[in-house]
Design a protein around this ligand. Structure first.
Ligand code: AMP
Length: 419
């Protein structure tokens, strides 16, 4: 038997249905904010992700890259933002001259070491808002993200920071390099590499972050200029006003190189308010569209992992309200009566009511048993008598009562049924 590829999962019912339920709810919330859905391809030209200035581990080490049969270098998308930004430019959505809010759902691929909560194929939902550098847009997205997780009844907290503008980031980078150089001997092998190529990334390290010297690393907030500082303060004031719980984390830099000013993540909290896991993150990125060959555009975005969200929901025994079993299960006693049974089946489905037929050739007893395990409210039973008289037996599995109905009374019964 051929097994699935490492790091990829089959979503067998009810997992598949949980996924759809979660997406449905998030889509509804995105629309409350006047965002429009965008669907972009799974494959992009590699340059969309492998940009000159992008040094993140995700892009350097984790992308699935290949040459297609026409010798084009392609990458299977590892994240949503760059593809959406490419589509924004290519479809000239900037001609709108107003803010453009786009949301998406998609499957993403990263060649990571698979472990709990970390897959090679996973899903994200996300939003990107283009064409405004106002902190009110930062607020709008953060508030929306907080609303999404609250609507599932999860206890979460926003963790946020400001990186400031390009100059502050450059100053901070050199400061961080200087600082971690002092602790070279204590850095993990990955961070030793980062020290040379990408010192900010050290702050994302899950190994070194528990060490003492890490906690005393310089704060990004010290390097902000007046504008960035004011902007961040205004944002925090509004978060307070809207009573959105947050925590300032002055070492949060996020994994990608395109961020500036506000960055944030959302964590799920334990009963005593410890952050257990990150569900998603985002921030402001003002240079990405330029790196993709367009004009500089101000953008703010967020992406959240859907599997991570479902895991968190499963832990709280969330009620997904999965679809009910078919309302009717039709059992015929003999092959001869099947066409009569099938016309009843059609009649029910024509009324948009879910129904199933006992297709499998088995004993009457097992057919009835199947109807019961399927949890159908009604069994419809057709024996010789019912076939001859064009009637049917309607058995209510909840009350354990049954009655014989003529075909026309059954149609009437369907008509009056609460769907
Ligand atoms: P990122 O795009 O790396 O900021 O990730 C945003 C969110 O997507 C994370 O917080 C996770 O919830 C989810 N995510 C990222 N990578 C993976 C992965 N390999 N497996 C499952 N979920 C992931």
């Amino acid at each position: 038997m051929i097994a699935k590829v490492k790091g990829m999962n089959d979503l067998v019912y009810p997992e598949s249905e949980k996924l759809n339920k979660v997406i449905e709810k998030i889509r509804f919330l995105f629309k409350l904010y006047n965002a429009r859905e965008i669907v972009t391809p799974l494959l992009e030209h590699s340059e969309v992700f492998h940009r000159e200035k992008e040094n993140s581990d995700m892009v350097i080490k984790e992308t699935y890259d290949f040459m297609d049969r026409g010798n084009r270098k392609l990458t299977i998308r590892p994240e949503g933002t760059a593809g959406v930004a490419r589509a924004y430019l290519e479809n000239k959505l900037y001609l709108d001259d107003d803010i453009v809010k786009l949301f998406y759902f998609g499957t993403f691929y990263r060649y990571e070491r698979p472990q709990k909560g970390r897959l090679r194929e996973f899903r994200q939902f996300g939003i990107e808002v283009f064409n405004s550098d106002s902190y009110l847009i930062d607020l709008e997205v953060i508030e929306l993200v907080s609303r999404i997780y609250n609507s599932f009844g999860l206890k979460t907290r926003i963790r946020l920071n400001s990186l400031g503008n390009e100059t502050s980031i450059l100053n901070y980078k050199s400061k961080i390099k200087e600082y971690f150089n002092l602790y070279k001997e204590s850095l993990c092998p990955d961070c030793l590499n980062r020290l040379e190529n990408n010192p900010l990334r050290i702050l994302d390290c899950k190994v070194d972050c528990h060490k003492d010297f890490f906690k005393n690393a310089p704060s990004t907030l010290k390097y902000l200029d007046l504008d960035s500082k004011k902007r961040f303060e205004e944002l925090l004031k509004l978060l307070d006003k809207l009573e959105i719980p947050y925590l300032v984390d002055d070492k949060l830099v996020r994994g990608l190189d395109y961020y500036s000013e506000t960055v944030f993540e959302i964590d799920i909290l334990s009963d005593n308010n410890d952050a257990i896991k990150t569900l998603g993150g985002g921030g402001r990125y003002n240079n990405l569209t330029k790196e993709l060959g367009g004009e500089n555009t101000s953008c703010f975005g967020f992406a959240g992992g859907i599997e991570r969200l479902i895991n968190a929901l499963d832990e709280t025994n969330y009620d997904y309200k999965l679809s009910d079993s078919p309302k009717f299960y039709i059992i015929t006693f003999d092959k001869e009566f099947e066409d009569y049974g099938l016309s009843i089946l059609k009649e029910i489905r024509d009324k948009n009511i879910a129904a199933e037929f006992s297709y499998k050739d088995r004993s009457i007893k097992s057919k009835v048993k199947k109807g019961i395990t399927l949890n159908s409210k009604y069994l419809i039973i057709i024996g010789k008598n019912e076939f001859d008289n064009q009637t049917l037996i309607l058995k209510d599995t909840v009350t354990s009562t049954q009655e014989e109905l003529s075909y026309s009374s059954f149609k009437e019964f369907l008509e009056n049924m609460e769907k």
